[in-house]
Write a protein that binds this ligand. Sequence first.
Ligand SMILES: *[C@@H]1O[C@H](CO)[C@@H](O)[C@H](O)[C@H]1NC(C)=O
Ligand SMILES: *[C@@H]1O[C@H](CO)[C@@H](O)[C@H](O)[C@H]1NC(C)=O
Ligand SMILES: *[C@@H]1O[C@H](CO)[C@@H](O)[C@H](O)[C@H]1NC(C)=O
Ligand SMILES: *[C@@H]1O[C@H](CO)[C@@H](O)[C@H](O)[C@H]1NC(C)=O
Ligand SMILES: *[C@@H]1O[C@H](CO)[C@@H](O)[C@H](O)[C@H]1NC(C)=O
Ligand SMILES: *[C@@H]1O[C@H](CO)[C@@H](O)[C@H](O)[C@H]1NC(C)=O
Ligand SMILES: *[C@@H]1O[C@H](CO)[C@@H](O)[C@H](O)[C@H]1NC(C)=O
Ligand SMILES: *[C@@H]1O[C@H](CO)[C@@H](O)[C@H](O)[C@H]1NC(C)=O
Ligand SMILES: CC(=O)N[C@H]1CO[C@H](CO)[C@@H](O)[C@@H]1O
Length: 488
Amino acid sequence: MNFVCVLLISFSFLICHGVLFVESHRMFDPLLKMKTSNNNSKYLSQYELWFNQTLDHFSPTDHRKFGQRYYEFFDNFRKPDGPIFLKICGESSCNGIPNDYTSVLAKKFGAAIISLEHRYYGKSSPFKLSTTKNLRYLSSKQALFDLAVFRQYYQDSLNAKLNRSNVENPWFVFGVSYSGALSAWFRLKFPHLTCGSLASSAVVLAVYNFTEFDKQIGVSAGPDCKATLQNITKLVEKELDTNKEAVKALFGAAELKNDADFLYLLADAAVTAFQYGNPDMLCTPLVQAKKGGKDLVNAYANFVKDYYLGSLGYSLQTYDQQYLKNTTLSEDSSDRLWWFQVCTEVAYFQVAPSNDSMRSSKIDARYHLDLCKNVFGQGVYPDVDATNIYYGGTKIAGSKIIFTNGSQDPWRHASKQTSSPDMPSYIIKCHNCGHGSDLRGCPQSPLSIEGNAQNCSSPDAVQKVRQQIIDHMDLWISQCKDTDKSCV
Ligand SMILES: *[C@@H]1O[C@H](CO)[C@@H](O)[C@H](O)[C@H]1NC(C)=O
Ligand SMILES: *[C@@H]1O[C@H](CO)[C@@H](O)[C@H](O)[C@H]1NC(C)=O
Ligand SMILES: *[C@@H]1O[C@H](CO)[C@@H](O)[C@H](O)[C@H]1NC(C)=O
Ligand SMILES: *[C@@H]1O[C@H](CO)[C@@H](O)[C@H](O)[C@H]1NC(C)=O
Ligand SMILES: *[C@@H]1O[C@H](CO)[C@@H](O)[C@H](O)[C@H]1NC(C)=O
Ligand SMILES: *[C@@H]1O[C@H](CO)[C@@H](O)[C@H](O)[C@H]1NC(C)=O
Ligand SMILES: *[C@@H]1O[C@H](CO)[C@@H](O)[C@H](O)[C@H]1NC(C)=O
Ligand SMILES: *[C@@H]1O[C@H](CO)[C@@H](O)[C@H](O)[C@H]1NC(C)=O
Ligand SMILES: CC(=O)N[C@H]1CO[C@H](CO)[C@@H](O)[C@@H]1O
């Protein structure tokens, strides 16, 4: 542990008990956390630090604060002028700084890594209950402002620790998926606060009827697997008419009372295989079952139970509108929180295309709008146009942003896929390249340490894009340092 780290950690001991919460008050024991931190290779650090964040950045009169959790990792930091990587946490509890490819980049650049939990998620909830009224400060706009204010605070406190003032380390922001969009938008809205951005599988385009998503699943599956999945959907729909309880029980999903919720689970389970780089886990047994004349629904039920709900650990509750209405905060509140963001800002409604769809045609825009209304109340629906006007969608007018996408990932159709000199875009093409393969390697989930690309069907495709990322970072960070010097 080096000098900066010791100082920052001892500083945190002073502040950690005094964090102000608007309604809730969580306590934690820093010593306990200290003991379990830094010895799990999946994380670079799980040692919690706290920051008093402004609840409403857009109100001139409301000055309430809430405690926001963050992490830091200084092992590779070239003090005092090394870069600072701000790794943005997205729509789930942020339990530490994961040991993905960012740690390789940190070694290469002599960088510190800082990670701030997204407001409302995990332990960074301003309120005790997630009622619709309390969720009114949950938006990407507030989250971006959080990052800006935190970034400034962090630089100032680092300067104070290093006995200096008005010095800026070169910052670089990172994110994957929704946090990838935040990474791009941060550079767009606060270009003076970061030298550049990596926007991995960044969903910068808010989409209302996201039919491209399902179409990509069909392409990623290939003709045989696709036809099998389509037949399974038809068979299950038929069973729902005649044998509802039995077919739900077969998938271990008897508790899903709403049939469309159940059909959504079935669609999502297949999606995850392609999105996270495990296509063969799904398609090999299905195509084999088909060839061997076995029961297809049964084969798919085994995949959903063993892989999706089993080894990947997804929960049925995610699909259960009854559960999504629960406003008690717990470990799994992320589902309700993310649906709120979907229902108010970004939509990405994964509806069945009118022709040739994988998922049931019952999963349409009406299903999503009804869910928004049922879970959050009358009048809650996404204003997608407003979101795209605010950020620009795929016409985002930013600079020094790298967009990366995986060829098999359905989400890439909500990303910026055309390259421009100021915002290079790269596609990583391989059989199991999906969501965030540049940072996560293969499979993308569960995590492979340091984003190992060995098990990608084409490791070279991943390495090539990684080298391009490094080249851009190198250039932009050095340009940032030059600007800084000329200002002194
Ligand atoms: C956060 O707020 C609490 C209560 O006002 C205060 O005691 C604590 O010092 C603050 N922490 C920081 C880091 O400013
Ligand atoms: C991590 O640290 C805890 C507490 O010191 C210890 O009990 C545990 O065995 C350690 N785990 C590993 C994998 O080293
Ligand atoms: C910081 O500066 C003060 C006054 O200039 C000095 O007393 C102190 O030793 C310095 N601390 C460090 C860590 O350099
Ligand atoms: C979305 O699709 C539905 C049909 O499912 C259609 O009624 C609606 O107009 C579409 N909305 C937009 C914004 O494309
Ligand atoms: C799908 O169902 C159709 C009609 O029942 C059948 O002709 C076709 O062979 C099936 N295909 C697969 C891959 O199961
Ligand atoms: C809501 O969730 C909490 C925490 O998980 C649980 O204790 C409670 O029973 C749930 N309430 C309802 C009505 O399901
Ligand atoms: C529907 O999809 C099939 C298979 O991709 C294609 O052959 C057919 O032309 C499509 N029909 C329409 C009306 O788009
Ligand atoms: C690659 O996959 C093989 C077999 O699936 C597995 O045993 C191995 O641990 C994986 N290697 C890496 C580096 O993930
Ligand atoms: C940078 C790049 O290769 N982008 C491609 C991503 O995918 C879309 C759709 O397949 C192509 O049109 C882009 O050229």
